[in-house]
Ligand binder design. Sequence first.
Ligand code: ZN
Length: 253
Amino acid sequence: MKIYEATWSEVAEHLKRVDIAILPMGSIEQHSLHLPLSTDSYDAEWVAERVYERLREPKPLLLPPLHYGMSLHHMAFPGTVSLRPETLEAVVYDICVSLVHHGVRKIVVINGHGGNRAAVSNAAAKVKWRTNALVVWVDDAGRDARMKLVETPGDIHAGEYETSTSLANRPGAVRAERIKKPNLKPYSDALAFDSVAGFHFRTDEVTDTGAIGDPTRADPEKGKALWEATIEDIVRVVESLRDVEVDIVWREW
Ligand SMILES: [Zn+2]
C-alpha cells in the first residue's frame, strides 16, 4: 500500500496484515556537470517503486521519499541543499517513531545517498532503544554486480556507476555533451576514495567538476544490469523481514 494514496482507515486495515514500511531517501546535491541535483532522490524513489511492484501481497507500506539529505560536503556547488547530520537523524527518528506508533514494526530505508548513512544508523539505534522496532537501511544493494561491472577505482559520485544508472533509468536528464572526466586530487594514497580509512572531505577540495569517478566510462547497458541487481537485493531483504518477529516495547529514555 502506498501510504500517500491511502486513507487513514485503509492504513489501519492494512496494518493488520503487514507490519513493514519502506522509506526511500535521497539528497538534493550536485552531481557534476551532467547529472541533476535530484539524482539520489529520483533514484531512491524509482528503485523503491520497482521493488514495491515485485513484493508479494500484502505489500509493505511505501512512504514518499525524503528528498533532502546530509550533503554538507557538496555545499561549495550551487543548488546543493543540506540538512545538518543531527537534523536528518531527528527527521528519520520522528518518521520511524510515527510509523511504530501506528503498528509498523520493521522499517526498510532505501538510501540513495551514502552521506545519509551515519544519521540513519544513529536514528535506527535510537528507534531500537525507544520502541524495539527494527530499522534496516540498504545503501549497498547490487554490490556484487557493481564490483564486477564498474571498472573505475574509487568511483563514488557522479562517475561511471551513477552515470550508467542514470542513463538506464532517466536518460533524458543526462547532459551527455557535458560528461567530463574530473581532475581528482585525493589527499594522499591512504585517503584515496577506495581507502580502508574513513574520513570527511569537501568535494571541491578533491575534484574540479564535482564528480569522483569517471563518467566517460558510463554505459546504459551496465546501468540496467546494476539496477536489476539492486532491485533483486532489496526485494530479498524486504521479503526476509516478513517472518522476523519484533515485539514493540516502549521505553522512556
Ligand atoms: Zn548520487
